[in-house]
Design a protein around this ligand. Structure first.
Ligand SMILES: Cc1ncc(COP(=O)(O)O)c(C=O)c1O
Length: 387
């Protein structure tokens, strides 16, 4: 047994279907589905071929287990979690329930992921509120830059905790405090952190948190989550599906329309959330993460990315966000003069997979990453040095 809960984990590549010659350093793009999740998903697809094996109770049981597993990752209660197929869907639910006036502002970060920008541009347009995009700070201190813009006119702060381009960190506990002080709502897109970095909704107290599951949750595409603060759980959902209503377990009684909803955040569940292929796959992935524990995943990835950052700097003078301003699991390398457009393709030609977003080349390993993968990355970088 490890002596410390945050001890790094041993390599877990055997649980993934990754050939030895592939260096997949691109979890920020799409994670591989673990073998166990693929098997669970395949079994789910086969069940749909034999629908008589699907009982009414099956529409509820797996989703409730998955809701609970996800809640555990962010220190939420099971009742606070709704299913949202995409971050854009979760943010649409949030935007439908946040009131702004002409005298208020909506604050986002420069180069933030679009699914957490467009809904707020739209809300600002509809309400007359002012849309603010905090400029990228030269010292990478997003928290200070963001806090300096929060004031009595702030109606909503809509941000990530890990900037998707380069891992720039936002201290959500400090931001949550500032929002509460001025009465502003807080919406978080935590897609690039939950599953790999601790996040505690009880300390942050956000209004909504959306998370896609196909990256750091190692889950399937089109199945994600929306945390809804208890104070928002009386809100109005953007769609009205049968399963979100009270007593939907009684299929024969569905013709008796009711005005009440299922408990907690369930009223915000997307229609047909009981996906018989995706839900078991998500469950298997979340079980793996729960077994490893997020603090240990984080520590393992922090050590890995820190070593890559230090080596990139020492060998090639390539900079990245300083360790104390970067989400530890996430790395973006900043090449002098920008990342050359063909670099990802040249790396991919050698089976090294990374991605470029904005001005940074993202190198996002996970527990499947080996020392040999990292050697491969540096081997190719050496051949294209100066790119
Ligand atoms: C920060 C962030 N949020 C959300 C998404 C996905 O958004 P959606 O689920 O709306 O497709 C991505 C995908 O790259 C992302 O990087």
């Amino acid at each position: 047994m490890p002596s410390n809960l945050s001890d790094p984990l041993p390599n877990q590549r055997h649980l993934f279907d990754i050939p030895d010659d592939v260096a997949f350093l691109n979890c920020a793009y799409i994670s591989p589905l673990p073998k166990a999740s693929m098997a669970a998903g395949e079994q789910g697809v086969r069940r749909k071929g034999r629908p008589w094996t699907i009982a009414p109770a099956d529409f509820f049981t797996a989703s409730e287990t998955v809701r609970q597993l996800f809640a555990g990752l962010i220190n939420a209660n099971t009742d606070d979690i709704a299913f949202a197929p995409a971050v854009s869907y979760g943010m649409a639910q949030a935007a439908h329930n946040i009131r702004l006036s002409r005298s208020q502002t909506v604050i986002t970060l420069a180069e933030q992921f679009p699914s957490n920008v467009y809904p707020w541009m739209d809300l600002a347009e509809r309400t007359g509120a002012k849309f603010i995009s905090v400029a990228r700070p030269a010292d990478d201190d997003w928290t200070a830059a963001l806090l300096s813009r929060i004031d009595a006119s702030t109606g909503l702060v809509a941000v990530p905790n890990c900037h998707w381009t380069d891992g720039g960190l936002v201290d959500l506990v400090a931001v949550g405090e500032a929002c509460r002080r001025v009465g502003a709502a807080l919406c978080v897109d935590a897609t690039q952190s939950v599953g790999a970095m601790p996040l505690d909704v009880k300390r942050i107290d956000p209004d909504f948190v959306a998370v896609a599951s196909y990256k750091w949750l190692l889950g399937p595409y089109s199945l994600g989550f929306l945390y809804v603060a208890p104070r928002r759980q009386g809100g109005r959902p953007i769609e009205h599906n049968w399963i979100a209503r009270r007593d939907s377990e009684n299929f024969a009684g569905l013709v008796n329309y009711v005005t009440e909803f299922q408990h907690g955040a369930r009223r915000f569940d997307v229609g047909e959330r009981s996906n018989f292929a995706l839900m078991p796959a998500a469950e298997a992935s979340l079980r793996l993460i729960a077994e490893w524990t997020v603090p240990r995943i984080f520590e393992t990835l922090r050590l890995r990315t820190q070593a890559i950052a230090e080596r990139a700097r020492a060998e090639f003078g390539i900079e990245s966000v300083p360790a104390d301003r970067r989400a530890g699991h996430y790395l973006g390398l900043r090449f002098r003069g920008g990342v050359s457009a063909d670099l990802p393709a040249r790396l991919a030609a050698s089976n090294v997979f990374v991605s470029v977003r904005g001005q940074a080349m993202r190198v996002t390993p996970h527990l499947w990453t080996t020392d040999a993968d990292v050697e491969k990355l540096f081997g190719v970088l050496r051949t294209v040095r100066g790119a």
